[in-house]
Write a protein that binds this ligand. Sequence first.
Ligand SMILES: Nc1ncnc2c1ncn2[C@@H]1O[C@H](COP(=O)(O)OP(=O)(O)OP(=O)(O)O)[C@@H](O)[C@H]1O
Ligand SMILES: [Mg+2]
Length: 508
Amino acid sequence: MEKLVELRGIVKRFPGVVANDRVDFELRRGEVHALLGENGAGKTTLMNILYGLYKPDEGEIYVRGKRVELRSPRDAISLGIGMVHQNFRLVESHTVLENIILGLREDGLRIDFEKHRRRIIELSERYGWKIDPMARIWQLSAGEKQQVELLKILYRGAEILILDEPTSVLTVQETRRLFEALRRMAREGKGIIFITHKLNEVMEVSDRVTVMRRGRVVITKETRETTKAELANYMIGRPIVFGQKKASAQLGAVVLKVIDLKVLGDRGYPAVNGVSLEVRRGEILGIAGVSGNGQVELAEAIAGLRKPLAGRILLNGVDATGMDAGKMIELGVAYIPPEGNKLGIVPGFRVVDNLFLKAYRYPPYSNKLLLNWGKMLEKARELIEEFGIVTPSALSRASSLSGGNIQRLILARELSGIIGGIPRLIVAAYPTKGLDIGATEFVHDLLLRYKEMGSGIIFISEDLEELLLLSDRIAVMSGGRIRGVLAREEADAEKIGLLMSEAVVQAG
Ligand SMILES: Nc1ncnc2c1ncn2[C@@H]1O[C@H](COP(=O)(O)OP(=O)(O)OP(=O)(O)O)[C@@H](O)[C@H]1O
Ligand SMILES: [Mg+2]
């Protein structure tokens, strides 16, 4: 098969790291090529080079056999290269159509909206999507926004598609739909580069897979000639055991009691609609469900970031309803927010500042008048070590960290007990999203460690496998309500799925 892309000897250095170290990579026409590697392995950097965002320090790029020089994404786009970034780059207040034709130059002075509208509908139907060109972006689900991003690059005639962790924002159903579309694109002769951390997805959708580690390519293989275990080994350099967690801890007193809680969502209607639940010391309560069903609003209310409309929140028997985030932290609540990359850090601040966003005003780091920088730096270095944050130093800017390392930074800040002691309650919203398998294992172990030390834990996830692995009980949430709670022994994927779908029928 024709080579659509060939990268030879790509080197890219950033201050303190070699992000890409003599990388060779090839994309063939008609293939889905998975790009796999730990957080910070250099995947996004390599793709940003192919998309013309970064200039490589060394190396050569060939597109359809011709050596090219990519000075900007414009050059890449004109060669038929398109990239969907992990964070969508659409204009929220504009329509789908406006977003797609934004920056197109073919029409001359007059834009024929009707023609574009028809073409967009055609294109969207071809891949099994139902996108209304006149809908505004903010009205769309994450899955639909991604379809618009893809339509946008397909509309420009892209046949080399780069998707950076596209499934981390998708539900199971949306992921399935995306894979069908990708297979279809491959059959049409396009080439697709698919970055992911999920080995199941690699096995399911890709034809070939390239594994990177610390800036280098370890191996490229036909997917059918490898296994999950082998890939994990290439990725982290040691074997990994799948699905064998045992969490044992004595359940203690009730840490958190939520009674008939109602919380408004951003669109002005109740996102949490009468939730009651209980978490004990040493217990992990899993919350299953398709994201966007009130999970985050529930978490934010418990963390003091959103005022409840009605109902009560009791922490160790103390009424904490409506207390702000600062008070909740003092009461021992640690909150790991979702989509850490965007919300959890201040990108322009240094790593140490981000680690101390909350704790800086407490002793021993401050004595009301002065901040003790020495102490903070010392602690920051410890945390970087303990949580395995890959960064040149504690003084580097957080924006220069890779996605997974930003997530580790947030975990370090929230869980390390810098404010004193072990959290009484940990509310973790999708804490492993976007993490590689090594880091996911690390987060799992961390939660289990806190469980053993007596923290009560609310663990929100869409991944049934990890929910079943870690939870003592699993509550199924949809439409702002808890539809049922299953003990670990009785829970399985089928029962959970059933509770979710019953709820949909009820809601609809
Ligand atoms: N703009 C930048 N400035 C400085 N360092 C950077 C920059 N972009 C990336 N790096 C560094 O280059 C290395 C590779 O990062 P990259 O984002 O390519 O990793 P990745 O494989 O995509 O990881 P993840 O799975 O976590 O997204 C990391 O050490 C990262 O900190
Ligand atoms: Mg990345």
